[in-house]
Design a binder for this molecule. Structure first.
Ligand code: SF4
Length: 480
């Protein structure tokens, strides 16, 4: 597909020059094209003899002279540009040449700058660079995690959630047999991993049910692996990888689930800002306990995943930048982020509707989508060798949302395996895609999305991130 971008304006050229000099706040000037921009990046104008940034008139005159020597300005097709030129605006921002694939340490101010920029050159550089980092660690491989939303019973009351305790919804809990059937479907579809997700219910009865179910999933899928690959001396038959997302439990409960065979745990922090978190939850929901849970999961040897919502009422770009730095500082192995989408019957949804009664939904969703994909790309660039999901919520605000994210930093998709009869009652937000589809349809739809994204679906592989093995100081297994 050919993609032609609108010409960059000269203020971008000038801004690049100033950024290279570390003068981020200098005032921009007028017009230019990407060709000019890239020429200028390597032109003598950017040598120490170039006009001083404190003298914008001299800089502009010199710049215009260079542009007029550059001949006619035409928009360029970015696809044909060398990678070095495509990522040049990002190199200018960080103030040095970039080695494609290398994760970057970014300052909070730089992250905020990227999140707020409307500069297409910089945005595209971000996406292109993020893809080089993904490809360094994963090649073109995309992994599937089949997700089973096995119960919508929850003891918590998060203000944004469509299955919170105080909301009218038909409650359900799937049986062990139903869950194991989903696991068999996942194995036979080559998914590699299963994610069991539910509301938070920290009871001994639920724990016993889960321990039993996880063991059965492991047992049944090891048998399937023996049928598929045979039994070979010295080669361990592998079950499905089991990830769980069950909210905050006690450390002993986490341990029991780990011992039963689950090896990944997803617990979204939702916001790394405790004050914002407090506005999104009742007073007895503790941000500090949530962070402590992430630490406990890490200590117990889980691969730990977390994530945030993007575009929450009251959230600033500084909060989002801090979220990304939080993932890095917590040594997180998996990241799942999605846009905040209003659920109209929740307290936060009602507030959002009041504040946005005259909203241009199309424009709002475009902006939110851009912000969300920038967050995905930045997470990849900052955190490097971690798993990042192209979440279903991205598709809720942009029909191509998930395949776009696969080219901008994400490397995982989560086909829904929840039986169709339960899907309608597990809507955490409004407009959730795929609720009227079955597991078969989700499988073929997502396979197509991977193909459209120009990536390769990797089957029968747990797809554990190198990050986990590096931080545990253990070699990456040859067969996952
Ligand atoms: S976000 Fe999770 S813990 Fe909070 S109400 Fe919803 S299901 Fe329960």
């Amino acid at each position: 597909m050919k993609k032609t971008l609108a010409p960059l304006v000269q203020r971008d050229v000038y801004r690049v020059m100033l950024l290279r000099r570390g003068l981020h706040d200098a005032a921009p000037v007028s017009g230019g094209s990407p060709t000019d921009l890239h020429k200028l990046l390597y032109s003598p104008l950017l040598t120490p003899d170039a006009p001083a940034a404190e003298d914008p008139v001299a800089a502009r005159n010199a710049l215009q002279a260079a542009l007029s020597r550059g001949g006619k300005k035409r928009p360029v097709n970015r696809l044909h540009l060398p990678l070095e030129e495509k990522i040049a605006p990002l190199a200018s921002l960080v103030g040095r040449a970039l080695t494609p694939g290398e994760p970057l340490t970014l300052e909070k101010e730089q992250i905020v700058h990227i999140l707020q920029t409307a500069d297409e050159g910089l945005e595209n550089a971000l996406y292109d660079y993020a893809d080089t980092v993904t490809q360094r660690y994963f090649g073109k491989k995309i992994y599937f995690r089949g997700i089973v939303e096995f119960s919508n019973v929850c003891t918590k009351d998060c203000y944004y959630c469509g299955i919170r305790k105080h909301i009218q919804v038909k409650r359900y809990s799937m049986s062990k047999e139903e869950i194991v059937n989903c696991a068999i479907f996942a194995y036979e579809s080559g998914y590699g991993s299963l994610m069991l997700q539910s509301g938070e219910l920290p009871t001994d009865k639920r724990l016993a049910f889960l321990v039993d179910t996880i063991k059965e999933v492991k047992r049944v899928t090891i048998e399937k692996d023996k049928e598929r690959n045979g039994v070979k001396e010295g080669v361990e038959n592998k079950s499905l990888g089991v990830a769980i997302s069950l909210g905050e439990l006690t450390k002993d409960m986490f341990r029991s689930l780990r011992e039963a065979g689950a090896h990944r745990y997803l617990l979204r922090i939702e916001s790394s800002n405790p004050d914002l978190y407090a506005k999104l939850h009742p007073a007895d929901h503790s941000w500090h306990r949530r962070v402590e849970c992430l630490r406990e999961l890490n200590e117990l040897g889980f691969q730990v995943g977390t994530g945030v919502m993007i575009g929450l009422p009251g959230q600033t770009l500084g909060d989002l930048a801090q979220d990304l730095l939080f993932f890095k500082s917590m040594d997180i192995d998996m990241i799942g982020m999605g846009p905040y989408i209003c659920q109209k019957d929740t307290p936060l949804g009602k507030l959002w509707q009041e504040e946005n009664s005259n909203l241009d939904t199309k424009r709002y969703n475009e902006k939110l989508f851009r912000l969300s994909t920038k967050m995905v790309a930045l997470a990849r660039i900052i955190c490097g060798d971690v798993n990042i999901a192209a979440t279903t919520a991205l598709q809720a605000i942009n029909p191509q949302g998930r395949e776009v994210a696969l080219n901008q930093g994400a490397n995982m998709l989560m086909p829904i395996l929840t039986p169709r009869k339960y899907r309608e009652d597990y809507q955490l937000y409004e407009g959730k895609p795929c609720i009227d589809e079955g597991a078969e349809e989700c499988r073929s739809c997502l396979k197509n999305r991977v193909q459209w994204a120009g990536k390769e679906l990797t089957l029968h592989d747990w797809g554990d991130p190198q990050h986990f093995f590096s931080r545990q100081n253990i070699p990456t297994p040859t067969r996952q």
